[in-house]
Design a protein. Sequence first.
Lengths: 112, 115
Amino acid sequence: DQQVKQNSPSLSVQEGRISILNCDYTNSMFDYFLWYKKYPAEGPTFLISISSIKDKNEDGRFTVFLNKSAKHLSLHIVPSQPGDSAVYFCAAVNSGNTPLVFGKGTRLSVIA
Amino acid sequence: DGGITQSPKYLFRKEGQNVTLSCEQNLNHDAMYWYRQDPGQGLRLIYYSQIVNDFQKGDIAEGYSVSREKKESFPLTVTSAQKNPTAFYLCASTRGGSSSGNTIYFGEGSWLTVV
């Protein structure tokens, strides 16, 4: 039973446009959410996070939005660049010493 | 430079053999984790350890074993009991648990192929 779902396995966006990656979760105890970016044959790198007490967090071209009532979060990348092409993982955790739970990832392709 | 080092990067195993993947971190992190990545499966947790000499099973622990004798080291053994071991393995660590503010950091990964 997946607690963190990324329902779009892939997404293609033109360079300069906005990329929107979506993530849904089922566990209402999750209170911290993270996005990771992963290139093939490399470890994931941390991108941006958001606490459940916020509904938006912004870092440069990356913004994460959290809708707690819908148990939904999204990552916006604007403007998208070819170097953004990678697999993006959504992850969630509840407070305390529990491991992150990851979604299956969305492969983003930014086309020049 | 501080970080997480996994070795080897590529490993071939014959069926029936046990192999051990190394994970070392010099970040002084308390918690360490092993994940497995398969195509279309995302990252699945194998084992994790929050303190030395203690570890817990994750979602797919069968066929794997770990030890945590030192804070900086968390080796993973893929035993012959693991029916489908070919995958990309990722080690990670975090200062405390992976709760708010303790971002988890990953190693570069190890490819294991059964031949």
